[in-house]
Design a protein around this ligand. Structure first.
Ligand code: SF4
Length: 974
């Protein structure tokens, strides 16, 4: 028996645990979250023993988090799916009754079905993927299939952050840019708790704080990174835009601005037409044909400025920036033809004039004096504490800048800003705030990561031609892109949506990432049409990836008058038995990240650093489990069997043996492939070159990562840096080498607005959407209340409810993890003590949380780290009973809960309904939901509500916990 008082160790930790065993260390890339750190996987006799951070990896430099180190328990998960499954004939969806089938049968079923759809009506196939990292491949598959109905998870994640920033400064936070904490003096983090840049952010924050930097966190909740902030400023959810507008008000009022930057590098001095008529609200232009077409999102450079020195109008480039010219940022002027104009910055000045700190204080809950001081602190950091780096660079118009101007004020923001129906304009306001202080791609400010910055608007047009949906024909454009005008919307001649999720329609014109949260609802409603097959990869749509979870579960089971499911065929590809698997007609078992090849490619989502592009790979370090096959391999196989042109030779044979072969040999442009390192036949070329048959081996020998350090002269000011722009074009990262002027004023948005106002001759929105477009497509940022507020009684639902992803878990993936479950096995509703007291609920007590859309019962904890008007919880810890092979009655299902039951994917609109999303981008308004709380009755069951009946374990999935326990048994091999 174990003697608790003995000082004798259970075993000698220094002794060789398995004499004679073969110990190996293999490098690959973590996928316990989206951060993509380098890891070392330690194996004994080929079995996984231990994972640690790779010290030679540029991203995490050896740092690993709790999730990363616990990958071993994901590999051992009892919830692993191990063979293809077909729903048993006669069983109901959701019952989880399956028969195992061979891959050949699964491929046969799917190929036959997809071949028929492709030959008849390709749009009846929809491919929607969750948190995957291979959108260049999935997007290519959909395009080659010929369906526009494709998107990844961005529409319900952070498309507002991506689109709001890209349409304003040409880049965005996280993988495409971020705060330069090595040189910043003040760091303002807003709407971020713990994000996708986790370990690098922790490393950077640690250095920043040790160097004496000041860190201010603005957030309704003080969690995550905010724990080490020097100051926490609580703010009401959904009001960040009002704060930014007030900060702009203060900075402009006090003339705390980077005038030189605004005049040369932004559209602030460019003249906007004020008169009614064809060009109203658009930029004035030079009609000389040599100056190019009038300025718009695709042709941004033919604009005019008012030169204060000469008192006349000049072309913005190059005359308007010539030495001696002084473009006006304020005032009103008249052109020679009598047209009244004003610099766009004058219009911004007029816009923010009413947005005083007192105005914002009433909205945000932040005292007016604190807002004023914040504006001062920002201006002080950016302008007074500014310095120059001795790095000369030449701008796009040939001017040599002998030094590089640092602006040591850095921001970071993410989903807290994005996941609101006012998120796009809020993010625009932040980007404008960052711009007026000159912090864009400046040392100490926001810095881009290759392949960004993109053009404003990026040269990626989404598919927009319904006549191009033809049998057995690829689309003539990618399903996703960045529209620059109504002409680029995916709509039918009558203005109705082409896509099943209504993306790129008049409902959500700039929905660059699609609207995954509306796919099931729309498909079941047949709006705009019924589909046949929905293929979902790695998204838990029957649980934590859907708003209105219970309704979505019901919809997945809904049948038409003929007894056929409204979505006739549902294919789910996942590595684990999630809540969604039970609803599938066909289940395709995916591998784990340790069992497959992957690429983090410059063609979609690389892991670039500020100083140069970086891409990386995963290589298999373990054999595949059971019959699992990576989803990439499934796509290559299906594409080959269906004989997509890009996957088939001229002789009709398959072009690519498998996924690794595809990665090496597929080239969207000559010399450009999925991986940029070790190209050329012998691996001696980088960035561009012929395919190298040994490319995978070279990555595997080099920590699975390739880094290309750019020369110092290309490190900054890349929107306008001539050397960088030429280099980026040459390497295929951009189509033009034009400079990217910051769009403080968005004539692209104004183009949509004018169409809605009936002032254009081209495409115009349906009558019912005119006012919506005209209101929200404002060329200048503004704050408006989240849309849900118009649909509810604010007195009845006085609190905001928000969620965060816990540091120790990545969405639903990790509540099955035997180690991580020891940190969280259930969640609480966290509430300020004053709020709980007012509701009569004790710390630790059971309570009801109610919205207009639903209710949950859960346990409550009090803490002063929460803004009193906000209730909050961890996301995706709550589980359906028995899902993920947790034991029936596990804490996750009995005490854990989901806030998703309180959100609706639709809002009432114009006598019908419309997606509960940002009206510009379609970003899901997760954090808009308003709630009230009340104590549970003493006699009520002490368990969370709603409860879901457990479904049987699918064939091949192990009994609960057995394998995990055996892992610890002495001498046993996992
Ligand atoms: S931060 Fe994410 S990618 Fe990095 S080690 Fe942790 S789980 Fe893995």
């Amino acid at each position: 028996m174990f003697n608790f008082l003995s000082n004798k160790p259970l075993h000698d930790p220094l002794a060789d645990p398995a004499p004679g065993a073969i110990n190996e260390v293999k490098c690959t890339t973590c996928y316990m979250c989206a951060c993509r750190c380098g890891i070392r996987v330690h194996l004994r006799d080929g079995a996984l023993r231990y994972i640690d951070g790779n010290p030679n990896h540029p991203l995490n430099q050896g740092v690993i988090c709790a999730k990363g180190a616990s990958g071993i328990m994901k590999q051992q998960s009892p919830a692993r799916l191990k063979q293809p499954l077909l729903r048993k004939a006669g069983s109901e969806r959701g019952a989880g009754e399956f028969e195992p089938i061979a891959w050949e049968r699964a491929y046969g079923l799917l190929t036959e079905r997809l071949r028929h759809i492709r030959a008849t009506d390709p749009k009846k196939f929809a491919l929607f993927t969750g948190r995957d990292q291979m959108q260049a491949l999935t997007g290519l598959f959909a395009r080659q299939f010929g369906t526009p109905n494709y998107a990844a998870h961005g529409g319900f994640c952070s498309v507002n952050m991506a689109a709001g920033m890209i349409y304003t400064i040409g880049g965005s936070f996280w993988e495409f840019g971020g705060p330069d904490l090595d040189r910043a003096r003040l760091f303002v983090m807003i709407g971020t708790a713990e994000d996708h840049h986790s370990n690098p952010m922790k490393i950077a924050l640690s250095k920043f704080k040790r160097a004496g930097g000041r860190f201010i966190s603005i957030n309704p909740i003080r969690t995550g990174y905010s724990a080490i902030a020097d100051e926490w400023i609580p703010i009401r959810p959904g009001t960040d835009g009002a704060l930014f507008m007030a900060l702009l008000h203060e900075l402009i009022r006090t003339d705390t601005l980077d005038h030189g930057f605004l005049k040369r590098f932004t559209n602030a001095p460019q003249l906007v037409v004020l008169d009614e008529g064809e060009r109203e609200g658009l930029f004035a232009f030079d009609p000389d044909p040599e100056k190019g077409p009038p300025g718009d999102g695709r042709h941004p450079h033919n604009k005019l400025v008012w030169d204060k020195s000469s008192g006349r109008v000049l072309n913005a480039y190059p005359e308007g920036i010539a030495d001696g010219c002084d473009p006006a940022l304020g005032g009103h002027y008249t052109l020679a033809d009598g047209t009244r104009v004003a610099p766009s910055f004058q219009l911004l000045r007029e816009r923010v004039a009413a947005c005083s700190p007192e105005w914002a204080a009433a909205i945000t809950g932040i005292p007016a004096e604190r807002i004023r001081k914040l504006a001062f602190e920002m201006g002080h950091a950016a302008l007074t504490q500014a310095f120059e780096l001795p790095i000369p660079w030449t701008d796009a118009w040939g001017k040599l800048h002998p030094t590089t101007q640092a602006r040591p004020l850095a921001f970071h923001a993410m989903r807290g800003l994005a996941a609101h129906s006012n998120g796009f304009q809020t993010v625009r306001a932040l980007a404008v705030l960052m711009s007026v202080l000159g912090t864009i791609d400046a040392p100490g400010g926001f810095r881009h990561k290759a392949p960004y910055p993109r053009h404003i608007v990026p040269n990626y047009r989404a598919f927009n031609a319904p006549e191009m949906i033809q049998p057995n024909t690829p689309l003539n454009a990618a399903p996703l892109g960045f529209p620059a005008s109504p002409d680029e919307l995916a709509i039918n001649p009558d203005g109705s949506p082409i896509r099943i999720d209504h993306a790129f329609s008049w409902e959500h014109p700039l929905s660059a990432h699609g609207l995954m949260h509306n796919v099931i609802t729309n498909a079941v409603k047949g709006d705009p049409y019924r589909i046949d097959t929905l293929l979902i990869f790695m998204a838990n749509m029957a649980w934590n990836s859907s708003m209105n979870t219970m309704a979505v579960r019901e919809m997945l089971n809904r049948k038409d008058e003929h007894g056929e499911y409204m979505i006739p065929f549902l294919v789910v590809c996942d590595a684990f038995n999630s809540e969604t698997v039970a609803f599938a007609d066909l289940v395709l078992p995916d591998t784990t990240y340790l069992e497959r090849h992957d690429v983090m490619s410059m063609l979609d989502r690389p892991i670039s650093e500020f100083d140069g592009p970086v891409d990386s790979v995963r290589v298999p370090v373990l054999p595949r489990t059971g019959e699992c096959r990576p989803f990439q391999e499934v796509l290559i196989e299906l594409a080959s069997r269906l004989q997509f042109p890009a996957f088939t030779t001229g002789e009709g044979t398959r072009k690519f043996k498998d996924y690794p072969d595809f990665v090496i040999n597929f080239q969207p442009q000559p010399g450009i492939g999925f991986l940029m390192g070790w190209r050329g036949k012998d691996g001696s070329q980088h960035l561009r070159g012929e395919p190298n048959p040994k490319q995978w081996e070279m990555y595997a020998q080099n920590n699975c990562v390739f880094q290309y350090p750019l020369p110092e002269g290309m490190h900054y000011m890349r929107n306008w840096n001539r050397a960088y722009l030429d280099f980026a074009k040459d390497k295929g990262w951009r189509q033009k080498n034009d400079p990217v002027q910051l769009a403080l004023y968005s004539d692209t948005l104004q183009g949509f607005r004018r169409a809605a106002q009936g002032k254009t001759t081209g495409r115009q929105p349906p009558e019912g959407l005119r006012e919506r477009i005209a209101t929200y497509f404002d060329p200048l940022p503004f704050w408006y209340a989240p849309l849900e507020e118009a649909a509810i009684d604010l007195q009845a639902y006085p609190l905001n409810a928000v969620t965060q992803r816990p540091m120790a878990m990545y969405h639903s993936w990790d509540s099955q993890n035997a180690w991580l479950r020891q940190i969280h096995s259930h969640n609480y509703l966290h509430v300020n003590p004053l709020t709980a007291q007012a509701a009569g609920i004790e710390d630790g007590g059971w309570c009801w949380v109610e919205s207009r859309w639903g209710q949950v019962r859960c346990m409550l904890r009090t803490n002063e780290a929460f803004e009193p008007g906000t209730v909050w919880t961890w996301n995706a810890i709550g589980k359906a009973d028995g899902a993920w092979q947790l034991a029936s009655g596990a804490d996750e299902s009995r005490k854990g809960f989901l806030l998703n039951h309180l959100t609706s994917e639709e809002l009432p609109f114009d006598g019908g309904s419309i997606s509960n999303s940002d009206p510009i981008t379609g970003q899901a308004g997760w954090y808009d939901v308003r709630v009230r709380i009340r104590p549970a009755d003493p006699g009520e069951a002490e368990e969370s509500f709603p409860q879901i009946k457990a479904t049987p374990a699918p064939p091949g999935v192990r009994d609960v916990g057995e394998r995990v326990l055996r892992y610890f048994a002495k001498g046993a091999k996992p």
